[in-house]
Write a protein that binds this ligand. Structure first.
Ligand SMILES: [Mg+2]
Ligand SMILES: [Zn+2]
Length: 192
């Protein structure tokens, strides 16, 4: 069975931190609990993150490997393996010319998730996308994932349309786990 959860990073897994300093990244406590439970159940975690700070010249793309390794270090004590780290460096109004484009990978577009799914050979419909904004939800819906919104105050615009309705809404990652596991259980029962 495919056990992959795509996740946003900022506000979903890690506290919003000064973006230029990966050593400042910290797991949100409820995210740590949720991660531990997912990992125990054999789920792979794949991060899909907008990093428009690169396009805006706030930090260089060359910093991304240290962000990824910091995240891997945060996962390691839980026995969790970061199965993928995908980011979009673009923003249409960026100041760094090479990244100042309309791309297919910046959430709410689905490109980042679709690329990850392709490279990791997972079927989006069997996965989850979890994030703290409706742009995360829309990206997940467009990619064909099941979606969960973490309503923790970071979404403030609530611009809803057909592609932005989450499959479920909870307040933190720990509370998303029963939904993810519940669907798994339901599918096992249905197919056995
Ligand atoms: Mg976020
Ligand atoms: Zn992009």
């Amino acid at each position: 069975m495919n056990r992959t959860v795509f996740m946003d990073a900022d506000g979903t897994l890690v506290e919003s931190a000064p973006a230029h300093d990966p050593t400042q990244l910290r797991l949100i406590p409820a995210a740590r609990r949720g991660l531990m439970r997912l990992v125990r159940e054999g789920f792979s975690i794949v991060i899909v993150a907008n990093q428009s700070g690169i396009a805006h010249g706030k930090f260089p793309e060359s910093m991304m490997p240290s962000v990824q390794s910091r995240l891997s270090d945060l996962f390691a004590p839980m026995g969790a393996h970061l199965a993928g780290f995908y980011y979009c460096p673009h923003h249409p109004e960026g100041s760094v010319r090479q990244f100042a484009i309309h791309c297919e990978c910046r959430k709410p577009a689905a490109g980042l998730i679709l690329r990850a799914a392709e490279e990791l050979s997972v079927e989006p419909a069997e996965t989850w996308m979890v994030g703290d904004t409706l742009d995360d939800v829309e990206a997940g819906n467009r990619a064909g994932c099941r979606t969960i919104l973490l309503d923790n105050g970071n979404e403030t615009e609530w611009r809803m349309d057909g592609k932005r309705w989450p499959g479920a809404v909870v307040t933190d990652l720990d509370r998303a786990v029963p939904l993810i596991l519940g669907t798994e259980v339901a599918e096992v029962r249905r197919t056995s």
